[in-house]
Design a protein around this ligand. Sequence first.
Ligand SMILES: *[C@@H]1O[C@H](CO)[C@@H](O)[C@H](O)[C@H]1NC(C)=O
Ligand SMILES: *[C@@H]1O[C@H](CO)[C@@H](O)[C@H](O)[C@H]1NC(C)=O
Ligand SMILES: *[C@@H]1O[C@H](CO)[C@@H](O)[C@H](O)[C@H]1NC(C)=O
Ligand SMILES: *[C@@H]1O[C@H](CO)[C@@H](O)[C@H](O)[C@H]1NC(C)=O
Ligand SMILES: *[C@@H]1O[C@H](CO)[C@@H](O)[C@H](O)[C@H]1NC(C)=O
Ligand SMILES: *[C@@H]1O[C@H](CO)[C@@H](O)[C@H](O)[C@H]1NC(C)=O
Ligand SMILES: *[C@@H]1O[C@H](CO)[C@@H](O)[C@H](O)[C@H]1NC(C)=O
Ligand SMILES: *[C@@H]1O[C@H](CO)[C@@H](O)[C@H](O)[C@H]1NC(C)=O
Ligand SMILES: *[C@@H]1O[C@H](CO)[C@@H](O)[C@H](O)[C@H]1NC(C)=O
Ligand SMILES: *[C@@H]1O[C@H](CO)[C@@H](O)[C@H](O)[C@H]1NC(C)=O
Length: 509
Amino acid sequence: MCWLWVTVLLAAVVAQLEAVRDELRFASYYGDHMVLQQAPESAVLWGYGASGSKVVVTVTNGTSNQTKTTYVKNDIWTVTLEPVKAGGPYSLVATQISNSSMTVKLTDVLFGDVWLCGGQSNMAFTVSQVINASEELAQAVKYPHVRIFTAALEKSEVELLDLPRVDLPWTVPTPELLGHGNFTYFSAVCWLFGRDLHQNLGYPVGLVESCWGGTPVEAWSSTRALKKCSLAGTKDGMPLVEQVWENTVLWNAMIHPLLNMTIKGAIWYQGEDNTNYHQDQYNCSFPAMIDDWRMAFHEGSGGQTALDFPFGFVQICTDQKHSVKEEFPELRWHQTADYGFVPNPRMKRTFMAVSLDLPDEESPWGGIHPRYKQDVALRLTLGARAVAYGQSGVSFQGPFPEKCILDNYQLNVTFDKAIFFNKSVKEALFEVCFSEGQESCKPSTNWTSAPVTDWDQNSVLLKVGEYAGSVAALRYAWRDWPCDLKSCPVYSADRVLPAPPFILHRWPQ
Ligand SMILES: *[C@@H]1O[C@H](CO)[C@@H](O)[C@H](O)[C@H]1NC(C)=O
Ligand SMILES: *[C@@H]1O[C@H](CO)[C@@H](O)[C@H](O)[C@H]1NC(C)=O
Ligand SMILES: *[C@@H]1O[C@H](CO)[C@@H](O)[C@H](O)[C@H]1NC(C)=O
Ligand SMILES: *[C@@H]1O[C@H](CO)[C@@H](O)[C@H](O)[C@H]1NC(C)=O
Ligand SMILES: *[C@@H]1O[C@H](CO)[C@@H](O)[C@H](O)[C@H]1NC(C)=O
Ligand SMILES: *[C@@H]1O[C@H](CO)[C@@H](O)[C@H](O)[C@H]1NC(C)=O
Ligand SMILES: *[C@@H]1O[C@H](CO)[C@@H](O)[C@H](O)[C@H]1NC(C)=O
Ligand SMILES: *[C@@H]1O[C@H](CO)[C@@H](O)[C@H](O)[C@H]1NC(C)=O
Ligand SMILES: *[C@@H]1O[C@H](CO)[C@@H](O)[C@H](O)[C@H]1NC(C)=O
Ligand SMILES: *[C@@H]1O[C@H](CO)[C@@H](O)[C@H](O)[C@H]1NC(C)=O
C-alpha cells in the first residue's frame, strides 16, 4: 500500500523534471544566500540545461571574478571552481549559450565551511523546542553569516541525482525559520553547533539539515555499507514499526543527491531507533556508514570533499527514568565501535558529544527528547575544534579509565585526565561482576555496585569486598538514565565533560 503511493509520487516528480529539463538552472540545493565550501577545497556547482549547449559560470564579488566553462551532457552540467577563501557576498551567474541564450543568477553567496546534519528526531528537534527557546530565537538575527538549508522528507527505492523537494531553501536565519514548529526546521543541534563554530572561527558556516525522526541507521546507509555488516536485504524479524524504513531509502533520497556538493564535515544524532533493531550490529553498521559516506562524498565531489572528512555525533541521551533495560547503554557503547571513546583506531577523525547526563523528565515530547541541546552543541563544537580544525589545547573528551589496580579488596581506577568527582551523587554507578572461571560478564550477569570510598585528582577507589580477586569486569553508568541533570559522578576537572559510560573486561592485574 505504502509503496504504491511512493511510486506514484516519484513518477510525478520525474514527469515534472522532464518538463523543465532543457531550461538552464542550478540543482535544488544551490540558491541565493547559500554557503559554498571555502579554500583549500573547491566548491562544485551543477545544474540542468539543454544538452550540447555551452554553459559559462562566473563568480564575482564586484572586484574580482572567476569564470568556468563547460558543456551540458545528458541535460546536466558541472563545474569545479578555483578555491575561494572565506567571505562574500558573491554572485554566481550561469549563462547557457545555445540557439537562444539564457542566464540564471544566485546572489548573496558566501564562502565558508559547509556542515551536513543528519539523524533522527533529536536532530530534527527545532530551536523553538529547546530550553530557553525564546532567547535562542531572538538571537538568530545576530548571526547573518550562518546560513541554513533543509532537505524535505523523501524516500526512494533507487539512488536519486537531486533532492525531490526542499523544505527550507538556503536562507539567512530568522526567529520564524529557526522555530518552524516541532521537528520540522530548523534543527536545534545543527543550528547551535553551527552558530558556536561560527563564533569561534569568525567566518561563514553553511548548515544542511537532512534528517528524519524515528529512523534506523539502515535507512541512511547504502547497500554497499550494509553488505559490510551482512545487513543488506535483511527484513526478517523487523518490528512492525520498522517496516516503513526499508534499507537505503533515505540514503537514496536525502543523502545521495547531496554527494556532488563539497562539504567540510557532518554531524549526526541517531541511534535511539536501533536500540531495539539490529542493536548488536550497530558497532559495525554505524562505522561502516561513516566510511561509506566519506568515500561517496569524496567521489561525488570529484575529490574535493576530504576522504576522511570529520564526522561528529551525539552519544544517545536517555529514554525512561527507572528502566532496567540495557539497550541504551549497549547502543551508546556500539556508537563508539565498542571502544567507549572516539576518535579510536576504528573510527578515525570522529568526535562525540556524550549526553547521558542531560536527561529531561519534563520534556513535552517525552523523555527521549531532552531539551538541553545547548550543552549537546557545546560538546560537539569542542570536538569539532579539536578534531576537524586541529586547534590545540581544546579539551573535548571526558575522563576515561587508563588503568585499574586491585589493592586490598579495593579497585583503584585511574583516569587518563584530571577528574571532578561529585561526592553528592547518591547513585552508585560503578559496578563489578565476579567470575571464577573465564566466562565473560554479560548484560544479564549479576552485577554488584562498587561504592567509591576515596578519590583524588585523577582516580577513584572502589570497594569490591572479599571476592575482589575474582572481579571479571567493571562498568560505569550502564543504565538507560544513570544520572540527574548534569549530576553524574565523574566529570573532567573543569566540570564540562562527563566521563563516558564504559564496560571493561578483565584488565591485567
Ligand atoms: C573579492 O574577492 C577577492 C578574492 O576572491 C578579495 O581579494 C576581495 O577583497 C574581495 N572584494 C570584496 C569587495 O569583497
Ligand atoms: C572580471 O574581471 C576582469 C578583470 O580581471 C574584467 O575585465 C571583467 O569585466 C570581469 N567580469 C565580470 C563579469 O565581472
Ligand atoms: C539549435 O537549433 C537547431 C535548429 O533549429 C536545432 O537543430 C538544435 O537542436 C538546437 N540546439 C539546441 C542546443 O537547442
Ligand atoms: C536559560 O536561561 C537562564 C536565564 O538566562 C540561564 O540561567 C540558564 O543557564 C539557561 N539555560 C540554558 C540551558 O541555557
Ligand atoms: C509543539 O509541541 C508542543 C508540546 O506538545 C505543543 O504545545 C505545541 O502546540 C506544538 N506546536 C506546534 C506548532 O504544533
Ligand atoms: C559487536 O557487538 C556484538 C554484540 O554485542 C559482538 O558480538 C560483536 O563481536 C561486536 N562486533 C564488532 C565488530 O565489534
Ligand atoms: C554526483 O555524484 C555521483 C556519485 O559519485 C555521480 O554518479 C554523479 O555523476 C555526480 N553528478 C554530477 C552532476 O556531478
Ligand atoms: C553534584 O550532584 C548534585 C546532585 O546529586 C547536584 O545537585 C550538584 O549540582 C552537583 N554538583 C556539581 C558541582 O555539579
Ligand atoms: C546477585 O548477587 C547478590 C549478592 O552478591 C545476591 O544477593 C543476589 O541474590 C544475586 N541475584 C541474582 C539474580 O543472582
Ligand atoms: C590510585 O593509585 C595511584 C597510583 O597508581 C595513586 O597515586 C592514587 O592516589 C590512588 N588513588 C586513590 C584514590 O587512592
